[in-house]
Design a protein around this ligand. Structure first.
Ligand code: ZN
Length: 149
């Protein structure tokens, strides 16, 4: 028994068996500067993303905490993989948003250019991508992306 492990049922998200526990009062993994409960937490729990950028952030957070269910739910059905296995050796550290086009409340599509930083057994790395987003029944979802630079 690891004494550093948080106690059971202290989080509203404790029943998401597939994902790591995230403390609601800890800084959100996307590093927007809010605590998890005020940032990506509600989106992972089912609240619609208000913008493509917010969905991008919540998907990074889902990668960081291993929430494959959320990643599949927020993926455009036409490009969603049948199976999604995350690399358990890769730890997602933080996200930088560089540029956003569209993706707002009155738009149907948008792009987000970002760099996601990670660490794996080979050291630190980064993924620089321009992702495309669209709405399905009003809800933002990830379509696909191009590796940049
Ligand atoms: Zn966040």
């Amino acid at each position: 028994m690891n004494p550093r492990r948080p106690g059971p049922a202290t989080s509203a998200f404790a029943d998401r068996a597939e994902s790591s526990a995230v403390d609601d009062s800890k800084p959100c993994p996307c590093r927007r500067g809010e605590v998890f409960a005020e940032c990506c937490g509600p989106l992972l729990a089912g609240r619609p993303a208000p913008s493509a950028e917010a969905l991008m952030r919540s998907r990074f957070t889902a990668f960081a905490v291993g929430d494959t269910g959320y990643l599949r739910r927020s993926w455009y059905p036409g490009t969603r993989p049948d199976r999604l296995d995350l690399d358990s050796d890769r730890r997602w550290l933080f996200l930088e948003i560089h540029a956003v086009t569209g993706g707002g409340p009155f738009e149907q599509s948008g792009t987000v250019e970002f760099t996601a930083h990670y660490r794996d057994p080979d050291g630190r790395g980064r993924l620089h991508e321009i992702s495309r987003f669209t709405r399905v029944d009003g809800a933002w979802c990830y379509v696909d992306g191009d590796i940049a630079g």
